[in-house]
Design a protein around this ligand. Structure first.
Ligand SMILES: NC(=O)C1=CN([C@@H]2O[C@H](COP(=O)(O)OP(=O)(O)OC[C@H]3O[C@@H](n4cnc5c(N)ncnc54)[C@H](O)[C@@H]3O)[C@@H](O)[C@H]2O)C=CC1
Ligand SMILES: O=C(O)[C@H]1O[C@H](OP(=O)(O)OP(=O)(O)OC[C@H]2O[C@@H](n3ccc(=O)[nH]c3=O)[C@H](O)[C@@H]2O)[C@H](O)[C@@H](O)[C@@H]1O
Length: 479
């Protein structure tokens, strides 16, 4: 089979960018991205795409209406496709068996059932969503139990490794594409067909093929390793603050060892994003089900440390402000889980903001890309707060950093947006309450300069024990 038409179920952060790049690089393939959400599809067909991702607008503009289509007509998408990506969400279960740990596969299952109901010709079904090991077996069972005469399915695992904020570059210059399939002639043929799609722009040496289960597990393993590095450096940030070592210097020295490498050693207020926690929980649950409690406990510690880091940072803010933030104005700069995305899922800013609100603070929040409604949605989410009215009363969303900091007792920087580095902090100091505090949760500001202006500065993994030079106002020692 030569792949002429691709359908993707799920027009989210993965389905949208991935299929846009496939359309760009494979002009002879018709790519249709389907979603059950009419609103999302309308946004994909509009000038304001549903997700902010550098470079994405350009790619969509080049291909949309030519060989790239966004549609709610799932039936047509499935029926005409030779190859179908399942790119739906796989959140952590919030109730029932495996609550809080297992991946909820209801969307994957519903996608498989749709394919089984609607397909009238042979399909290669590709699991792109991140799933527990052996999920392909579930898809296969559903498809094969409902197969219409003359229709054959091959199931492949092709996990996605893009990171938000750099998705387009990650897709165009992928270090590796991973494809897992059955070790049968038909399975190997299906693998080769998907390889052919990627080979339009990815060098063959970067395309790895494995068995299905290795591919599924490698995705969970990759995210677990990445998160583990962050928890490792964050654990050392606490040691640095207690001793006078500087975590950036430690990271630089450790990362210079080519066996360790320099990436993903940036200490922070903790990792966020929709996947690290979810995928590690998924791995932990898998280990528990496989009766491997020691392995489960090992990975659980990566998550525990991440919670500890968020708690530690927030506690530091409160303790520094004389152990009370009640009725104090606090400017929260950045709400997305990292720069260059408007995504707030599991953003550490949520925990920080919620805790400060619980302590009675008034928050003035600014983020360059997160919509105000999204911030309010996160803070009034019943899983996070029991008092949405208080949140609404005590949170103001601003459209510039300068307006958010006016009259503030403290600035809490939660996301490393580049624009925060070039703010006029002299001007900001003038409009803040004194003593003026800055808590740099991302280590991106020039701390010496801030101290020279007169700020009390605290950051992650470095003790700033110098008094503000020109207007000394209190101690800078870590609590
Ligand atoms: N967000 C990321 O950066 C990455 C995510 N992943 C994985 O990719 C998967 C998707 O993640 P996101 O794109 O972030 O999720 P998302 O929530 O942004 O998008 C999922 C979309 O699937 C749609 N959907 C659900 N069931 C459907 C069905 N039966 N038919 C059609 N559409 C359906 C939803 O309406 C939603 O728009 C997850 O498994 C995630 O773990 C993997 C790598 C990176
Ligand atoms: O499966 C997924 O969803 C994706 O998860 C991550 O991508 P993403 O969550 O988009 O972003 P990252 O750059 O990994 O950042 C995750 C979090 O870790 C934090 N981080 C990252 C790097 C670092 O050194 N320190 C650090 O605190 C970031 O600020 C952010 O909160 C992985 O990097 C992707 O390879 C993977 O495909």
């Amino acid at each position: 089979m030569v792949i002429e038409k691709i359908c993707c179920l799920g027009a989210g952060y993965v389905g949208g960018p991935t299929c846009s790049v496939i359309a760009l690089k494979c002009p002879n393939i018709k790519v249709t991205v389907c979603d059950k959400s009419v609103e999302r599809i309308n946004q994909w067909n509009s000038d304001k795409l549903p997700i902010y991702e550098p470079g994405l607008d350009d790619v969509v503009r080049q291909c949309r209406g030519k060989n790239l289509f966004f549609s709610t007509d799932i039936a047509q998408g499935i029926q005409e496709a030779d190859l179908i990506f399942i790119s739906v969400n796989t959140p952590t279960k919030t109730f029932g068996n495996g609550k809080g740990r297992a991946a909820d596969l209801k969307y994957v299952e519903s996608a498989a059932r749709m394919i089984a109901d609607l397909a009238t010709s042979n399909k290669i079904v590709v699991e792109k969503s991140t799933v527990p090991v052996k999920a392909a077996e579930i898809i296969m069972k559903i498809l094969r139990a409902n197969t219409k005469p003359g229709v054959n399915y091959q199931i492949l695992s092709n996990p996605e490794f893009l990171a938000e904020g750099t998705a387009i570059v990650d897709l165009i210059e992928a270090e590796r594409v991973l494809i897992g399939g059955e070790d049968t002639p038909d399975g190997q043929k299906a693998i080769q067909e998907l390889c052919w799609v990627y080979e339009h722009w990815i060098p063959a040496k970067n395309i790895l093929t494995t068995n299905t289960w290795s591919s599924e597990l490698s995705k969970l393993a990759a995210n677990a390793f990445l998160a583990q590095r962050i928890s490792s450096i964050n654990s050392l940030s606490a040691v640095c603050e207690a001793t006078g070592a500087d975590v950036s210097e430690v990271a630089r020295a450790v990362g210079r060892d080519s066996r360790i490498g320099p990436k993903f050693l940036e200490a922070s207020i903790g990792f966020g994003g929709s996947c690290f926690q979810k995928d590690i929980l998924n791995l932990i649950y898998l280990c528990e089900c496989l009766n491997l409690p020691e392995v489960a406990a090992y990975w659980q510690q990566v998550l525990n440390l991440n919670d500890y880091q968020k708690i530690r940072f927030t506690r530091k803010v409160i303790e520094s402000l004389f152990n009370t933030v009640t009725d104090k104005n606090i400017a929260v700069l950045g709400f997305s889980f990292k720069k260059n995305t408007g995504d707030t899922r599991e953003s550490p800013a949520i925990y920080v903001s919620q805790t400060l609100l619980d302590e009675g603070a008034k928050l003035n929040i600014y983020d360059p890309k997160v919509e105000p409604d999204q911030i309010m949605y996160e803070l009034t989410n019943p899983y996070v707060t029991s008092e949405p009215e208080i949140v609404k009363k005590n949170v103001e969303i601003h459209d510039t950093a300068y307006s958010a900091v006016t009259g503030a007792h403290a600035i809490v920087l939660c996301t490393e947006w580049d624009e925060f580095k070039t703010l006029d902090f002299q001007k900001i100091y003038e409009v803040m309450m004194k003593p003026a505090y800055i808590f740099d949760g991302r280590k991106i500001l020039n701390h010496e300069r801030l101290q020279n202006i007169g700020f009390h500065v605290q950051t992650i993994g470095k003790r700033l024990n110098r008094m503000p030079s020109n207007r000394a106002q209190g101690s800078q020692t870590m609590p």
